[in-house]
Design a protein around this ligand. Structure first.
Ligand code: MTE
Ligand code: MO
Length: 341
């Protein structure tokens, strides 16, 4: 049990979340160069000095890639306490530059280079709604919500259904804390999560062959599982737009499309929802989507995955993305052949 007190932030573990941990050798060198270039102009908020604090980084090809949202009103909460149960995901962290420049976010395009287009996402003001089978419908400002929670950092593996994978340090809070905040009725069986819907802001949402807004769903048991996590930060900073700012889901034992981004609504229901990808193509992307190397996607094998990074290393995929000891029990009573699709 974590104790809600200021002291936690002074624990030695805080050192493990120091931003320098996440800066690649490459960027540390660039930082040193930038310091040299800045000379004695101390305190200047030049792009170079901002780079030292990880606001953005030059990708080597002349692009300034945002690593967070400048001026984020919750920036003082980062880096957060690193939960010791989740500091080691069994493989090295993905370099921040790789995670920040290879994304799926169909609202901004169907290719992996949407990080630039996603900067048009306006993340403040931002309201989150809790409705459906709840004691009382509620709307909350995102900053009020984030400050009502206790933030912590967790390193999770992420496995996209397309067979690429990454390992990233999310900052956020357990989804069960959000469920408790929403106060669902005991008759609710599912929680449906909805992304913003604004085609003026997100050009991908003008593509009418998809049924916007993007939605996803979990059973209440899944949402209350300790591993289900709401991410508001990544790599020790407020989450950058391309990852789904200001708040997204991270369910590491399921294919990546379940981890819905930029959430505005949580609706509690007793009906299993038809979600965005299931509606688009039910044969390929089902409701459960638990990772399983032995159940191929109709168009490709799921036996291995490619780790983001220069090495393009391929590694075996594990059932439940390696989280089987924690989550298999959730499905012991469920007899559905599509548990892994
Ligand atoms: N709203 C929304 N959420 C989304 C997606 C999306 O297109 N729109 N893509 C999903 C998929 S397929 C993956 S693999 C992850 C990618 O997260 P990342 O870009 O932070 O790596 O986000 C998921 N959440
Ligand atoms: Mo994905």
């Amino acid at each position: 049990m974590l104790i809600r007190s200021k002291k936690r932030w002074e624990l030695p573990e805080k050192a493990a979340t120091d931003e320098s941990v996440y800066l690649s050798r490459r960027s540390l060198m660039k930082g040193a160069l930038a310091l040299g270039a800045a000379g004695t102009t101390l305190g200047a908020t030049t792009r170079e000095s901002q780079a030292l604090f990880g606001l953005f980084e030059n990708d080597g090809g002349g692009n300034e890639v945002p690593f967070t949202v400048e001026g984020d009103p919750t920036a003082d909460l980062y880096p957060a306490f690193a939960n010791p149960s989740y500091t080691n995901a069994g493989r090295p962290l993905t370099e921040e530059m790789d995670a920040a420049t290879y994304n799926n976010f169909y609202e901004f395009g169907s290719h992996k280079g949407i990080w630039r287009a996603a900067q048009s996402l306006e993340t403040r003001p931002w309201t989150v709604i809790f409705d459906g089978m709840v004691e009382e419908e509620r709307q909350v400002d995102i900053d009020t919500l984030i400050r009502a929670m206790t933030l912590e950092e967790r390193v999770y593996r992420h496995r996209c259904v397309e067979a690429w994978a990454m390992t990233v340090p999310w900052t956020g809070f357990p989804m069960r804390d959000l469920v408790a905040y929403a106060r669902p009725l005991s008759s609710a069986k599912y929680v449906v999560m909805e992304t913003f819907n604004d085609p003026d802001m997100a050009s991908g949402q003008r593509q009418s062959w998809y049924s916007w807004p993007y939605t996803e769903g979990l059973t209440i048991e899944e949402a209350n599982h300790d591993l289900a996590f709401m991410a508001t930060g990544v790599y020790g900073k407020p989450i950058a737009k391309q990852y789904g700012a200001p708040i997204r889901l991270a369910v590491p034992w399921k294919y990546g499309f379940k981890s819905v981004k930029s959430l505005v609504r949580f609706t509690f229901t007793d009906q299993r929802p038809l979600t965005f990808w299931e509606e688009a193509n039910a044969n390929e992307y089902g409701f459960w989507a638990n990772v399983n190397p032995e159940v191929p996607h109709p168009r490709w094998s799921q036996a291995t995955e490619r780790l983001l990074g220069d090495a393009e290393e391929r590694v075996p995929t594990q059932i439940y993305n390696g989280y089987g000891p924690e989550v298999a029990e959730l499905y012991s009573q469920i007899d559905d052949p599509r548990l892994y699709m």
